[in-house]
Ligand binder design. Structure first.
Ligand code: GLA
Length: 385
């Protein structure tokens, strides 16, 4: 982490011949359970991790702003005297999307950033950039925005400048993360509670399939449309229902014909996933990791067969993991269509697990897995030298 902050601060100095006023660390996230339910009035159980975007910022002294993405070796300049609008380059949109709604309260600034969160791997590197940029602007210009407002600004950027109609989970986890704790977030009210991430003899290991989730944007937005359409049909028959949280499986089954096969599968997944999160919190509280693992694996089955956001590589990794007796749960994590799986397993079996999946994945797909043992960390914060 200090290597990352030093690199970014040094690059800022070289680029702009001055020290940055502030250096910010903004983390990626994992999610234990509760996938694709943040935009369906469910609950989620994410946590921030010790992989970060680091951003250095200071005023530029004019209306011109320069953004430097060290990892991409690219920079972008814009001027507050002209309209701030989306551009071709996606990395720029993560930041411009946060800048645009605040524009009137800002002056020119320069920003340099770099990241240790692998991009496009389901660890929310984009949310980390968005929330880091929002935090940086809030600090530099004394905007007085709350943590909730920062998370919402990040989500808004994703909707308006990036084009993914995401829920609030990633940005909320990035901003509100707490060391060694998972967050239980009520996605309707944004009320949240922290639970100690005490996993006893178990641990979490992530496997990066290295399949970039390029279909995520279209696939994700289509799923949103499908579940909205499904909810309308359900409400027609059960007017007392407002959200998926109020729905039972019996009600979904009752309107099966009207939903048709695809929407039936989508709606079933959502209702079951919402109830799994409740059970998972109970299992976590009781230190019942076998049950927690079973719920995680059930989530994968639903994401793959009913929500249809998996792919061959992720299914392969999950199946391989489940064949190892010390692994109690495995599933794809995040939006899907590629990225990482999250695995709950006995600490004592980590090396065996790593070797077995590594060898099998290479043999089947010719790809070297990246394996991460992450620590649960603090949310977006100011770095003090
Ligand atoms: C992406 C989105 C989140 C959430 C997950 C799936 O990460 O950004 O809002 O919907 O997918 O749980």
């Amino acid at each position: 982490m200090s290597a990352l902050t030093e690199k970014v601060q040094k690059a800022y100095q070289v680029e702009f011949q001055q020290e940055p006023a502030y250096t910010i660390l903004s983390p990626g996230r994992i999610n234990i359970i509760g996938e694709h339910v943040d935009y369906n009035d469910g609950f989620v159980l994410p946590a921030a991790i010790n992989k970060y975007v680091c951003l250095a910022i200071a005023e530029s002294g004019s209306s011109v702003c320069t953004l430097v993405a060290l990892d991409l070796n690219k920079s972008f300049t814009f001027d507050f005297n002209k309209e701030v609008a989306p551009v071709e380059e996606m990395w720029v949109n993560y930041i411009l999307g946060v800048v645009a709604p605040l524009e009137k309260q800002l002056k020119g600034f320069n920003l340099v950033f770099s990241s240790t969160i692998p991009m496009g791997s389901g660890l929310s590197s984009s949310a980390a950039v968005e929330c880091g940029a929002a935090f940086a602007l809030n600090t530099l210009f004394n905007l007085g925005l709350s943590k909730e407002q920062l998370a919402k600004l990040g989500q808004q950027a994703e909707h308006t400048f990036v084009g993914v109609k995401c829920g609030i989970m990633d940005q909320f986890a990035s901003v509100f993360g707490k060391q060694n704790h998972v967050l239980k977030l009520d996605c309707t009210t944004l009320a949240y509670e922290y639970y100690p991430a005490n996993l006893g003899d178990y641990c979490l290991v992530l496997l990066n399939s290295k399949v970039k989730h390029t279909h995520l944007t279209s696939g994700y937005n289509t799923r949103r449309e499908e579940v909205e359409a499904g909810l309308k049909i359900i409400k027609n028959s059960f007017p007392e229902i407002n959200t998926y949280r109020d729905c039972t499986m019996e009600q979904i089954v009752a309107v099966k014909d009207r939903l048709g096969e695809t929407l039936y599968k989508r709606c079933s997944f959502v209702v079951q996933e919402i109830s799994r999160v409740g059970e998972a919190v109970e299992a976590l509280t009781n230190n019942d990791f076998e049950t927690l693992g079973k719920l995680m694996s059930a989530t994968h089955e639903g994401l793959s067969a009913d929500y249809e956001v998996s792919c061959d590589e992720l299914d392969f990794l999950v199946n391989k993991a489940k064949n190892i007796p010390e692994v109690v749960g495995a599933r794809l994590m995040g939006g899907g269509f590629g990225g990482c799986t999250i695995n709950l397993l006995k600490r004592s079996a980590v090396s065996k697990f790593e070797n077995e999946v590594q060898v099998a994945y290479k043999a089947r797909f010719g790809i070297d897995l990246d394996i991460y043992k992450v620590d649960i960390s603090e949310g977006t914060h100011l770095f003090h030298k």
